[in-house]
Design a protein around this ligand. Sequence first.
Ligand SMILES: [Mg+2]
Length: 259
Amino acid sequence: MFLRDDRDATLFGRISPDEIALFADADGTLLDLALRPDEARADRQLVDALDRLYDRLGGALAIVSGRRIEDIDRIFDPLRLPASGVHGAEMRIARDGPVVDAGAREISQDLLGVVRAMAANYRGAIVEGKRTAVAVHWRACPQAEAEIYDRLLRILQARGETELAILRGHCVYEIKSADIGKGRAVRRFMDAAPFAGRRPIFVGDDTTDLDGFAAAQALGGQGFAVSTPMAGADATFASPEDVRAFVKRLADKGAQADE
Ligand SMILES: [Mg+2]
C-alpha cells in the first residue's frame, strides 16, 4: 500500500509511465522535511530511482520547488533533471539546458535588508535571499509565526509593494512576485517536448503546490498531496517515504504492467 487508502492505491495503480509527465516538489515530497533548509539531501537510492524514472518517462520528469535550481542540483547531485525553482521564477526545461528567468521581479537589496533586520528580532529565524524571492524560515521560533507574518505584510504595505505577495509554506513565509507560481511552471513544461501530449501529475505537500495541482488538473491530469490531505488534491501519499516508493515502482514498471 503506497497511498493513504484503497481508493488512492487504485488511482496510483492506474498510472502508466508511458502516458504521464511527472512534476514533483522536493522538500516534504521527495525528501523528508529537514530542520534547516541547507540540511536537505537526497540519498543515493532516491537519486538512482529518479534517474531511472527520467528515462522511463522519456524525460518528462521535473522537480518544481521553491528552492533555487542551483540548490536543487546540489540536493540531487550528481543527477540533473528538468527543474523549476523559486516557485516558477526559474525554469530549466531540458536537464542540460540553461536556467531561464521566467520574468519574476528581482527582490531589491534594500527590501532584503529590511526583512533581515526584522527577522533579527526572532531567535532562530533564518532569512534566505533567492534573488526573485526572500524566504523567512520560522521553524525554530514557531511562537513568532503570526507576528512575523504581520510584520512582513506591514513592510510590503509601507513600501507600496503591490506586485509582491507573501506565500505561506511549511514553517516559512516567502515574499515573491504575485503573478508567478508553480502552475505557470507546469504550463511552460507542458508546452515543450517531451512533456507536451502527456498527462501531467503534480505531487506536492504544501499550499504552495495547490497552484501546481490546479494547472495539472486543467490539462487533464491530477494533483497528489503528501502527508496531509488537501482540498484540491485527487489523492494523498501517506509520507515522503511513500512518494519515494512510488518513484521506484514507477521507474521499474514494465510497459505492459498493469498492477
Ligand atoms: Mg514542499
